[in-house]
Design a binder for this molecule. Structure first.
Ligand SMILES: Cc1ncc(COP(=O)(O)O)c(C=O)c1O
Length: 409
């Protein structure tokens, strides 16, 4: 061994890793520093109901336990176990979107389902119409595969509904798909039937597949949870739906989701591609797939109480935030997110505000630019899963902080 040390040069990293960032988790690094300095942090950045005490239904846990004990610990079929595929197909079909089990794929969370669809449909340079604000998973996948996001505006002045004129203006010969997130993260909005029909008409006119993220489909608390799958409004339009156990079934750590491909023959090619992509990663977690039939055919009373809890928290959130001078907020109607706007002084960004709020109060939110919004528009996303009393404390802290922040700037 030589006594002289060779200088360390880093192994070079592929460019695709630099094509995206993930603000929801990035802000945590600063939160850890704030904690290390002695301030306790309230983590309102990640939409994980289990982290806030909402419990996975016991009959789902029992189904997974049984599967583990019954020896279902080997690889499973790439596309998923038949019982899970059939339960998902039956669920969509009973809600007006006819899907056959052979067109359902079980995946590692909703996330992998989205990754499969984009990977199958978008070549390098291909464009995808995506909502703005967006859910960063989509941009992360597009970054990795070399696709381009073309963002259509969601309009806070119209309860965060999509701006259809803007959407129309973005179509080019390179457009490959329309992404819809409904109910929506990060806005907490749920689209009207007229809006959903307009989106389907638009896609149909341009021959585009509609990729609809419906992971919050059972959490439309303002409408008693009745938010049918978008495919029920146009079963013959080429629609692909993504969902899973993470939100409505309170099991995000199980990484169990699915993709359901509608019956349009235009999508037969996607079924073949999904089979190939599924083979390419062997299978998703097998024991957890045994909870899918239990979830979709068993007791769902937990969703009734979960929606009631969300509705109460949404009301507290909207009332308290709207009462703060300098903050405006659209009332959330689904999921567990609110997207208030802070009237920032010139020169300040949403990230400045969110980090200053964190350092001063320990309240951690995510800045709107992490979802693709202009940093000077002053939006941030709040996860309102904490108990109402805790939320009232948080909004009190935000009110005091915002008064000082806007007053002194
Ligand atoms: C809109 C949306 N899609 C997908 C996901 C990811 O879901 P999963 O945990 O099932 O991968 C989330 C998680 O927050 C989400 O908000």
């Amino acid at each position: 061994m030589s006594a002289t040390k060779t200088p360390i040069t880093s192994i070079s990293i592929a460019q695709r890793v630099n094509r995206f960032s993930y603000a929801i988790r990035n802000v945590v690094a600063e939160a850890r520093r704030v904690e290390a300095a002695g301030t306790s942090v309230r983590y309102l950045n990640v939409g994980d109901p289990v982290a806030f005490g909402f419990e996975t239904p016991p009959h789902l846990i029992a189904a997974v336990e049984r599967a583990l004990r019954d020896g279902h610990n080997g690889y499973g079929p790439s596309a998923g176990i038949p019982a899970a595929r059939e339960a998902v197909a039956a669920e969509y079909t009973s809600r007006g979107f006819p899907v056959s089990a052979g067109r359902v794929f079980m995946t590692a969370g909703t996330s992998e389902a989205i990754e499969f669809a984009l990977t199958a449909l978008v070549d390098e340079g291909g464009e995808v119409l995506m909502p703005m604000p967006t859910y960063p998973l989509f941009t992360a996948v597009l970054g990795k595969i070399g696709g381009q996001a073309r963002f259509y505006r969601l309009d806070p002045a119209r309860a965060w509904m999509p701006d259809l004129d803007h959407l129309h203006s973005l179509v080019t010969p390179a457009t490959r798909a329309l992404v819809v997130i409904d109910p929506n993260n990060p806005t907490g909005a749920c689209y009207s039937v007229a809006t959903r029909r307009a989106l389907l008409d638009f896609a149909d006119r341009h021959g585009l597949p509609v990729l609809v993220d419906e992971v919050y489909g059972d959490l439309a608390f303002a409408y008693d949870g009745v938010h049918p799958p978008m495919g029920s409004l146009g079963p013959d339009v080429p629609i692909v739906s993504f969902a899973g156990l993470s939100k409505g079934y309170l099991a995000p750590g199980w990484r169990t989701g699915w993709m359901a491909i509608g019956r349009s023959p235009q999508l037969d090619s996607l079924v073949g591609a999904a089979e190939k992509l599924a083979d390419g990663r062997l299978c998703s977690t097998v024991p957890m797939q045994f909870a899918v039939a239990a979830a979709l055919t068993g007791d769902r009373s937990h969703q009734v109480s979960f929606r009631a809890a969300l509705k109460e928290r949404a009301t507290v959130t909207f009332e308290k935030l709207s009462a703060i001078p300098g903050i405006t907020c659209v009332a959330p109607t689904a999921a567990f997110y609110a997207m208030p706007k802070i009237a920032l002084p010139p020169g300040r960004t949403d990230e400045d505000y969110v980090l200053a709020l964190l350092r001063a109060t320990g309240v951690l939110c995510v800045y709107g630019s992490g979802f693709g919004l202009p940093a000077t528009d002053g939006f941030m996303r709040i996860v309102f899963l904490a108990p109402p009393a805790e939320l009232r404390t948080v909004y009190g802290l935000i009110a005091d902080f915002t008064r000082d922040y806007l007053g002194r700037s």
